[in-house]
Design a protein around this ligand. Structure first.
Ligand SMILES: Cc1ncc(COP(=O)(O)O)c(C=O)c1O
Length: 432
């Protein structure tokens, strides 16, 4: 099946993210849910500022929940994408489960009111101790290497587990997030499944789930389907399964015209295969996904202020009051984030490099056609919901930004901007 089968041209999908959810007015002015003007938010809460819109998250969740035609479906929101506790609570209210990768994410989920069994703990390279801690908290355990599986089986043969397999598939928009290939540190190689059976036999462990996650931003849907086929092939070898977890990796559009995973079409194909599998298996298993980006990427906006316009012989730079310390994706993954001028949306467009204030190359975007920018203008960096604030740091001893959540048309401050106290917290001064 061709690539087109699963991807739609995002001219139809990205634009509505701006026009329907954010209600960009005919003048290109950016308005958020509830007709909220981001310039008012910046005035009220300061700059730089992360803003998240729960209406977009809810729409994405419902889209996903409706895309699969199976008897039992669980969507586990991947907390790592955006871990503000209010966002976690929102997904609980929508009926979602939770995908967590650290004991701290597990604790956040519990604090947000999730029942332990609605949380899956899928860590990588953690100690047995951390897994045993998670067992004490009552959450589902997913194990991704033979050594720990064996140790876990000896310590807690009474606790059923999920196993993460590595299907040996190169997927993902970026090598850093491609995690299902043969040389990746993630998952148990499919060639080692016989060893898994030996561990199960020796320890008496019960395997209740089987899982894979091959990467983020998967461009080619055939890759996703190929991975699903591998997973189902090996799932048949485990007689006590209750669920099959297909991971995530759904691509979202990052700019007008960008492609996105056609979740509805992908849902149809995967559901068909899964239903066939369940019929053969003799039981209705639960189908599980653990999306992060798909649920929160487009719901987030990062607003920055232009400090300075600087000309070189080749480039016009707009230098802003933020940097890779606040949004790492452009520098870390070479990721594209659409950038617009919120203060002056209808001016004549010119070409700019948008750069940050950090003491090294620190670029949000180059050669961007943006409405003419003046010093003091507010720019919007779009798709800032996933892997934005969560990857931020205090590099250069800068404060991390505040976070605002728009819920039911009202803006709420959900994280205060840091202060010098935060920079010094936990530092211990000694006599020098
Ligand atoms: C195991 C696992 N599941 C789910 C996700 C979420 O992926 P995405 O944000 O692309 O949906 C990730 C991302 O790193 C992951 O490692």
């Amino acid at each position: 099946m061709g690539r087109q089968a699963f991807f739609s041209n995002a001219l139809h999908t990205f634009a509505p993210l701006i026009n329907q959810n954010n209600m960009e007015s005919p003048s290109n002015r950016l308005l958020l849910s509830g007709n909220i003007d981001p310039l008012d938010l910046v005035q009220q809460f300061g700059c730089p500022l992360y803003v998240y819109d729960t209406a977009v998250m809810e729409r994405q969740y419902r889209r996903m929940a409706n895309a699969f035609s199976v008897k039992r479906l669980r969507i586990n929101y991947a907390v790592k994408a955006l871990s503000n506790i209010n966002v976690i609570k929102l997904f609980r209210s929508l009926g979602s489960g939770l995908d967590t990768v650290s004991i701290q994410e597990v604790m956040l989920g519990l604090k947000a009111g999730f029942a332990p069994r609605d949380i899956t703990f899928t860590p990588n390279c953690v100690s047995l101790d951390e897994l045993l801690e998670a067992v004490e908290l009552g959450v589902r355990i997913n194990i991704d290497n033979i050594s720990i599986l064996e140790q876990f089986g000896q310590a807690r043969p009474d606790v059923p587990v999920c196993i993460r397999i590595n299907p040996h598939i190169m997927a993902g928009g970026n090598l850093k997030t491609s995690v299902g290939h043969i040389d990746s540190k993630f998952g148990i190689s499919i060639h080692m499944i016989p060893m898994v059976h030996r561990v199960i036999e020796a320890t008496g462990l019960r395997v209740e789930g089987i899982h894979m996650h091959t990467g983020s931003d998967i461009l080619d849907p055939d890759v996703f389907v190929a991975g699903a086929d591998v997973l189902l092939k090996y799932a048949g070898e485990f007689p006590d399964l209750d669920y099959v977890d297909f991971g995530s990796g759904f691509k979202v559009p990052y700019k007008p015209g960008d492609i996105e995973t056609d979740i509805e079409e992908l849902g149809e194909k995967i559901s068909e295969r899964f239903n066939e599998f369940c019929a053969e298996y003799g039981r209705d298993l639960e189908m599980v996904f653990e999306p992060g980006k798909f649920l929160v990427s487009a719901a987030g906006y990062f607003f920055v202020k232009v400090n300075v316009i600087k000309y070189t012989t080749s480039t016009v730079f707009a230098g802003v009051d933020s940097g890779l310390n606040h949004l790492l994706r452009p520098m870390f993954y070479n990721a594209y984030h659409h950038i617009t001028n919120v203060s002056n949306p209808d001016a004549k467009p010119r070409f700019y490099a948008i750069v940050g204030y950090i003491c090294e190359t620190d670029t949000f975007g180059i050669n961007r056609r943006i409405s003419e920018i003046m010093e003091g203008d507010i720019l919007c960096i779009h798709n800032a919901g996933a892997y934005g604030f969560v990857m931020s740091s205090n590099y250069n001893s800068r404060y991390r930004p505040a976070e605002v959540l728009i819920h039911e048309g009202k803006a709420h401050l959900v994280r205060r901007r840091e202060t010098m106290e935060d920079i010094l917290r936990n530092q211990i001064e000694v006599e020098i």
